[in-house]
Write a protein that binds this ligand. Structure first.
Ligand SMILES: NC(=O)c1ccc[n+]([C@@H]2O[C@H](COP(=O)([O-])OP(=O)(O)OC[C@H]3O[C@@H](n4cnc5c(N)ncnc54)[C@H](OP(=O)(O)O)[C@@H]3O)[C@@H](O)[C@H]2O)c1
Length: 218
């Protein structure tokens, strides 16, 4: 597997998924290197996956985890994790995971569970959250509250849903679209300014969590 990953690094192939051993997937996305644990035997596997990750980086850079990131000639500039819940992050931080650049998680108006403890924990460590499926694969866009705010703001429901995420510190969104017009539309969500009344309306329609909830995965 190491040879395959090394070749991918050298050819700078992005968005390529490589099936790893240890019940984990390693994949590249926009220059980020993600470590994604399976949800079975998780505690044991995160340790094993981290060890595999260390070995991989040693092979690629001739050094350890930190050396690889400090080495300007290294093939991997940044790495992140995906679908790590709070306890997984704590375990990672205990396993030399200080260099983790982001945690890519399912987070949108209809999936606010991470606000209870995962997002505050990552924020404390200055680790940005990368919100995947930020418009719930399009399902959110039919919601009346989003449509109302969109018409008041002269925006679209997708822009409102994305602006709600982007107004939060340390939050990245990765909406997927096969349409250039929609990619542009989504890009412009960065300039939508939600009012306090908009935020309150969204809180009523999509209430924040009252207690801890396991991280959801799509
Ligand atoms: N780490 C993980 O476990 C994980 C899991 C799931 C997804 N992801 C990543 O997250 C990214 C996005 O997630 P996703 O594709 O699941 O969901 P998403 O971005 O919330 O929604 C994508 C869907 O919404 C539509 N869409 C996009 N912009 C729109 C707009 N402005 N108006 C109306 N419809 C719009 C797209 O259709 P069109 O293409 O036809 O525009 C597509 O059907 C993907 O790139 C994926 O790699 C990661």
């Amino acid at each position: 597997m190491l040879r395959v990953v090394q070749q991918l690094c050298e050819k700078d192939l992005l968005m390529t998924q490589v099936k790893g051993t240890y019940d984990s997937d390693f994949f590249f996305e926009h220059g980020y290197f993600h470590l994604r644990p399976s949800n079975t035997h998780f505690l044991r596997n995160v340790e094993e996956a981290t060890q595999t990750f260390h070995n991989l980086l040693k092979e690629l850079s001739g050094g350890g985890l930190r050396t690889a990131f400090k080495n300007k000639d290294g093939k991997i500039r940044h790495w992140g994790v995906s679908n790590f819940d709070t306890d997984d992050m704590e375990e990672l931080w205990g396993l030399d995971g200080d260099g983790c650049a982001t945690n890519q998680i399912l987070y949108n108006l209809s999936r606010r569970g991470p606000e209870h403890d995962l997002i505050p924990a990552c924020r404390k460590r200055h680790i940005p959250i990368m919100a995947y499926s930020p418009i719930e694969q399009g399902r959110l866009l039919r919601h009346a509250a989003l449509k109302d705010i969109a018409s008041r703001q002269d925006a679209t429901p997708a822009q409102i849903a994305l602006a709600w995420l982007l107004r939060q510190d340390g939050t990245i969104v990765i909406p997927k679209s096969a349409s250039i017009a929609r990619v542009r539309e989504n890009r412009h969500s960065a300039s939508v300014q939600l009012s306090d009344a908009d935020i309150a309306a969204l809180d009523r329609a999509f209430p924040p969590p009252k207690g801890p909830r396991p991280l959801e995965i799509l």
